[in-house]
Design a binder for this molecule. Structure first.
Ligand SMILES: *[C@@H]1O[C@H](CO)[C@@H](O)[C@H](O)[C@H]1NC(C)=O
Ligand SMILES: *[C@@H]1O[C@H](CO)[C@@H](O)[C@H](O)[C@H]1NC(C)=O
Ligand SMILES: *[C@@H]1O[C@H](CO)[C@@H](O)[C@H](O)[C@H]1NC(C)=O
Ligand SMILES: *[C@@H]1O[C@H](CO)[C@@H](O)[C@H](O)[C@H]1NC(C)=O
Ligand SMILES: *[C@@H]1O[C@H](CO)[C@@H](O)[C@H](O)[C@H]1NC(C)=O
Length: 464
């Protein structure tokens, strides 16, 4: 009896909070309230973002951005210990790398123009990774920041300015809550989080500072797995972000806000690195992945085979967008401020592809079906067209036969099929050997008139 009364009270309180949330447009520091905030629509429409992992780890640029932890963490990686022994004096510390983080070729206007040419609609830059070094002159970090040592510049501010001055791309910031070796955090941990020296003294003040100073429209949180959301004070921060911050109406966040949050709470879901479920998801999600398959930070000795090809990238784009996700494609700049030509080429090629096929990507919604049941490597997106639906079939491999069978599309007399970037209509017929679907007669196109090189998009209109 008492139990069910309590339960009834709890349910009433939940509904009351939800009601107040909707009625006042005000958010409370509870997951019930914060999770109910609708995602600002620009984010789903944008589809394509660029992730930038840049920091002191870009100096050794060996192994991955987890270099420091690989060297001094538990257990250390033998190859990294050996690398340091071979190449640096015995008294060399990770901190000594900071002065070599020179960024002398960093030209934020060039980066902005490259990102714009890639077709990306938002950019997310590491303000601070797990090493704790801040790419802005943080007032909570006396000497472990980009103004005090190394670049001697406000890298975050410079890129934000260039992007905003030159493009319509939205600017976002990645921020790691935890830092591998911060003594304050280690002390809180040793105290089983009964103290909050680090979260109150460093990580939270930093988050408020970057939001107030740079007005990021994405706050991409990470490094949350070290403690509970209550320790990080994530809910208080998000309530402030959504209610009172300078970006309250447009800001979007992810789901990495403390133990148990990932894939459950926050804004959109990231679930895991390179998350690509292959099926339609109920909540908005993002596939953050790297062009260098094994590292987010730049790695000097990555061979060509470590880099995704454009076939790989168009496949990931098709799979992700058709299942309701966004992509966040990562590049790791060098310590001198360059985006390696192989990465630049991939981004420009993605832009070439999107200039032809962007209609099937930006501002689309998932269709009833995500991939074809009969023909492999065909993924669908859709757009409303009056009371009908336009269907885009993204074909990852040009068929070896003269026809392409699509199982789920039911044609009418009025159905038209076009190949994006190609001028003639595509002929189609009812399939001879299937009771439903449509059969496209593949056009024979001279090589120099192919609309693109990697994945082709057929637009089907006036379907049943
Ligand atoms: C390491 O020690 C050498 C002398 O053994 C000294 O010249 C050098 O400055 C030291 N380097 C650092 C980074 O402390
Ligand atoms: C950004 O990209 C758009 C679309 O490709 C293009 O029209 C525009 O000129 C570009 N702007 C800059 C600054 O490169
Ligand atoms: C961008 O514009 C602001 C003013 O709107 C100006 O102060 C700043 O110098 C510009 N930055 C760049 C990198 O062009
Ligand atoms: C990339 O594509 C190649 C073939 O082009 C394939 O062998 C490889 O498995 C793909 N890798 C990823 C990560 O998709
Ligand atoms: C595509 O769809 C079919 C069902 O229609 C499913 O069995 C299959 O696993 C899906 N995914 C891929 C990658 O083909």
């Amino acid at each position: 009896m008492a139990y069910s009364q309590n339960k009834a009270v709890a349910i009433t309180v939940c509904w009351l909070i939800l009601y107040l949330t909707i009625a006042e447009g005000k958010y409370y520091p509870t997951w019930e309230s914060l999770d109910a905030r609708p995602l600002p629509s620009w984010y789903d429409e944008a589809k394509i973002g660029i992730f930038i992992h840049w920091g002191v780890f870009s100096v050794p640029s060996y192994g991955s951005e987890w270099f420091w932890y690989a060297w001094k963490g538990n257990p250390p990686a033998q190859d990294v210990i050996e690398f340091m022994k071979q190449n640096y004096p015995p008294n060399f510390t990770y901190g000594d790398f900071a002065s070599m983080y020179t960024t002398e070729f960093f030209n934020p206007d060039q980066w902005a123009d490259l990102f714009n040419a890639s077709g990306a609609r938002y950019v997310v830059m590491t303000s601070k990774h797990h090493e704790g070094f801040t790419n802005w002159p943080s007032s909570h970090s006396f000497n472990w920041n980009s103004m005090a040592v190394g670049p001697k510049k406000d890298l975050v501010g410079m890129l934000a300015d260039s992007i905003r001055n030159r493009t319509n791309i939205r600017f976002g910031l990645y921020h790691s809550l935890f830092e591998w070796f911060n003594p304050l955090l280690l002390e809180d941990y040793a105290n089983s989080f009964t103290t909050d020296l680090f979260s109150s003294g460093k990580s939270m003040p930093e988050l408020y500072e970057i939001v107030n100073q740079y007005k990021p429209e994405i706050v991409w949180s990470d490094g949350d797995w070290y403690g509970p959301a209550e320790y990080w004070k994530s809910q208080e921060f998000l309530a402030w972000l959504y209610n009172d911050s300078p970006v309250k109406d447009t800001v979007v966040t992810n789901d990495r806000w403390g133990w148990g949050c990932t894939c459950h709470h926050g804004g959109y879901f990231t679930c895991s690195d390179r998350y690509n479920p292959g099926t339609l998801q109920t909540r908005k999600w993002e596939n953050a992945f790297t062009i260098d398959k094994y590292s987010w930070g730049y790695v000097r000795n990555s061979p060509l085979e470590n880099y995704l090809t454009m076939d790989n990238i168009t496949q990931i784009i098709a799979e992700t967008i058709s299942c309701g996700g966004n992509i966040l494609i990562n590049v790791g700049p060098t310590k001198d401020g360059m985006i390696d030509p192989i990465l630049e080429e991939r981004l420009r090629q993605m832009g070439d592809w999107l200039r032809v096929n962007g209609e099937a990507i930006y501002e689309t919604t998932p269709w009833v079906y995500q991939n074809d049941s009969y023909t492999p490597n065909v993924w669908y997106t859709s757009k409303k067209d009056g009371f009908r639906t336009k269907v885009y079939a993204i074909v990852l491999e040009w068929p070896e036969t003269l026809t392409l069978y699509l199982a789920y599309t039911t044609p009418t007399r009025a159905t038209t099929v076009t190949l994006l970037g190609y001028s003639s209509l595509i002929e189609w017929r009812l399939p001879a050997s299937h009771s439903s679907g449509i059969e496209l007669l593949m056009p024979v196109i001279p090589l120099n008139m192919m609309p693109c090189q990697w994945a082709w998009v057929f637009l089907l209109e006036n379907l049943l």
